[in-house]
Design a protein around this ligand. Sequence first.
Ligand code: B12
Length: 212
Amino acid sequence: MPEMTELKEAILRGDAKTAVAATRTLLAEGIDPVELVTKQMIPAMDEVGRRFECQDYFVPELLLSARAMKSALELVRPLLIERGATPAGRVIIGTVKGDLHDIGKNLVASMLEGAGFEVVDLGVDVTPQKIISEIQAQGADLVALSALLTTTMPNMKTTIEELKKAGMREKVKVIIGGAPVTQQYADQIGADGFSDNANGAVSLARRLVGAS
Ligand code: B12
């Protein structure tokens, strides 16, 4: 049986094959999928970020680690979703315009699905117009925005402003997150909530749509 740390190390090395094999075995051994994500996968990506900051890692290493993380997450995702019960509300989620980071957003989406929300994932580089069109087409209770770059964070503010202009701000709650985002920033731009992790995103969403 692989050690839990084998998964973390495989992500750090950007070794998708080993990351997938270790995840598969650990899940078969009955390890809690949430524990795999929070104790191995996220800390691995945190360490990748630290190495990038110290210039031990460069963009190619980031890409390889991100690919390993995503491959492993694909196996965990259905298990997180399985936990869902009755529909708790409809969430539109996306990474804001200009930003291509989607690992955290995908994790939040899976956890929300696991908590029984119907999730519409608009992907990355999402314009306010795309969100507005989706609300017009199908409606939503909540909009969840992710940003990982300080340069794209302002697009969260723009999205909220565009929702106001479209007369939709009162109809949906908006929650935000991503590594550089803070509660202070959420307050500043008039978001309804912020969380720095996927579990917190679920509690927040439940509270805001009255599903808890
Ligand atoms: C992987 C990665 C990449 C990958 C992304 C792959 C992918 N498909 O996502 C690639 C290689 C493509 C990439 C590219 C770039 N990156 Co990059 N990247 C990272 C890295 C190492 C990890 C991010 C990650 O996946 N973390 C793991 C997840 C699980 O954590 P998370 O995203 O924070 O999400 C959690 C919470 O924040 C929260 N959350 C997230 N979203 C939401 C949403 C809601 C609503 C809520 C409530 C909560 C929530 O819950 C999540 C789960 O716990 C970070 C470093 C870091 N420590 O963040 C740098 C980092 C974000 N990148 C950085 C940079 C500079 C870049 C590039 C500009 C590099 C370049 N020179 O090209 C490009 C930009 C591309 C673009 N336009 O977006 C910088 C940003 C610096 C800044 N101040 O803005 C960072 C911080 C690295 C660094 N220390 O310098 N990157």
